[in-house]
Design a protein around this ligand. Structure first.
Ligand SMILES: [Fe+2]
Ligand SMILES: [Fe+2]
Length: 194
């Protein structure tokens, strides 16, 4: 992704996101690069995935459902909560609008909201960066997740914190929890059980 193209993407995002979400996208791009550096992943790809992860966030629910129904085959858990529709639709937009063909980037965008079992390190990085970027995420929440990155198996430890936080928050807000969220949480717990 060259400099000019990057500028074009930023301009597109500025026109298609509200101000806070635009700031958040820049924050996720930057934090994804930092995590890619820390955990030995491709920084350029991490920047691209972070920058584009919420590209469909301001589309209406109807537009998102249209994109999904016409072009994608999705799993049941991806359709449980309208707040997550922008993830599969965003991967589609990244491919069609920006010509992204890299499967890791597209997959990281697609799964950045609900995650999935056996995520790659690259997918985990974008997922976690979305939660801890410093431009718009609350410091309290960052503090809840970020220290886990420095532990052994830091990406999984931080991911576990993310899932703990998400499950608690879904329960508090009376929202449905998809089974894969519970499965991922259980998998992470049992992976490191003593
Ligand atoms: Fe998102
Ligand atoms: Fe996001």
């Amino acid at each position: 992704m060259g400099y000019i193209y990057k500028e074009e993407v930023i301009e597109w995002l500025k026109n298609h996101l509200d101000e806070e979400r635009f700031e958040h996208s820049l924050g996720v791009a930057q934090t994804s690069v930092e995590l890619a550096e820390k955990f030995g992943q491709d920084k350029e790809k991490a920047y691209t995935a972070g920058l584009l992860h919420d590209c469909a966030k301001r589309f209406s629910t109807k537009e998102l459902i249209d994109i999904i129904n016409k072009n994608l085959s999705v799993e049941e858990c991806e359709m449980i909560n309208p707040k997550t529709y922008h993830a599969p639709a965003g991967a589609y937009i990244a491919e069609k609008e920006f010509g992204i063909t890299d499967k890791e980037i597209l997959s990281a965008i697609r799964w950045h909201t609900i995650g999935k079992l056996n995520m790659t390190d690259f997918e985990k990085i974008i997922f976690i960066a979305d939660k801890i970027e410093p431009r718009t995420r609350p410091q309290e929440y960052i503090n809840y997740i970020k220290p886990a990155l420095d532990k052994e198996n830091g990406l999984d430890m931080a991911l576990l914190q993310c899932y703990k936080g998400t499950i608690k928050s879904l329960v508090d807000r009376n929202l449905k929890i998809c089974m894969s969220t519970i499965e991922i949480y259980n998998e992470l717990l049992s992976k490191y059980e003593d």
